[in-house]
Design a protein around this ligand. Structure first.
Ligand code: HEM
Length: 155
C-alpha cells in the first residue's frame, strides 16, 4: 500500500512537468493558424510596393502596345495608376479601398472591343511574368480580373 502511494507520487512528479511542457509546446505556440495559413494573394504580389511596381510596368507596356495605346492617349495615367493599385490591392485582400467608378461606368462610351480586351489582358499577363510574380498568384489575379469583361467590353 505504502509502495503504491510512493510510486504514485513519483509518477505524478515525473509526468506532470512533462505534461505541462507538452501542453506549452502544443497550445502555447503563439499563432499556430498564422504559421499554417498560405500567404494571401496580396502578400504574394508584394503588398502596396509590389502592386505599384506591377501596375507601373503594366502601364508602360500598354503605352508601347500599338493595339491599344490609342485608347489611353488622353488618359490621366498617374490617376489611372493610383486607381489600379487601389483596385488590385483591395481585390487581392490588401487594406486599400478602390474609390473610383464601377467598371461599367468607368468604360461606358469607350466601345472597347474584344480584341482590345484580349490585348490588355495579354499585356497584363506578360507584365506579371516580367515582374516575376509567382505563377499561381498570376493565375489567381487574372482570375479576379477576367469576370470584369462583360462590364467593360462593348458599351
Ligand atoms: C480587367 C480589365 C480592366 C480593369 C481592371 C480596368 C480598370 C480601370 C480603372 C480602375 C479605371 C479608372 C476609372 C476612373 O477613375 O474613372 C479605368 C479607366 C480607363 N480604362 Fe480600364 N480597365 C480594364 C480594361 C480596360 C481596357 C481593355 C481598356 C481599353 C483597351 C481600358 C481603357 C481605359 C481607359 C481609356 C480609361 C480612362 C482613363 C482616364 O481617362 O484617365 N480599360 N480602367
Amino acid at each position: 500500500m505504502r509502495h503504491q502511494r510512493i510510486l504514485r507520487s513519483v509518477v505524478s512528479t515525473a509526468v506532470l512537468p512533462a505534461f505541462i511542457a507538452a501542453a506549452a509546446l502544443l497550445g502555447g505556440c503563439s499563432h499556430p493558424q498564422a504559421a499554417m495559413a498560405p500567404p494571401s494573394l496580396y502578400s504574394q504580389l508584394g503588398g502596396q510596393q509590389g502592386i505599384t511596381t506591377v501596375v507601373h510596368a503594366f502601364l508602360l507596356n500598354v503605352g508601347k502596345d500599338s493595339r491599344i495605346n490609342g485608347a489611353f492617349a488622353h488618359a490621366d495615367i498617374a490617376d489611372l495608376q493610383k486607381q489600379l493599385v487601389n483596385q488590385i490591392g483591395e481585390l487581392s485582400g490588401g487594406p486599400q479601398i478602390y474609390t473610383g467608378p464601377d467598371m461599367y461606368a468607368a468604360h461606358k462610351g469607350m466601345h472597347i472591343t474584344e480584341a482590345q480586351w484580349n490585348a490588355f489582358m495579354q499585356d497584363f499577363s506578360n507584365t506579371l511574368k516580367q515582374e516575376k510574380v509567382a505563377p499561381l498568384a498570376q493565375q489567381e489575379l487574372i482570375g479576379l480580373l477576367a469576370p470584369m469583361k462583360s462590364d467593360i467590353v462593348g458599351h
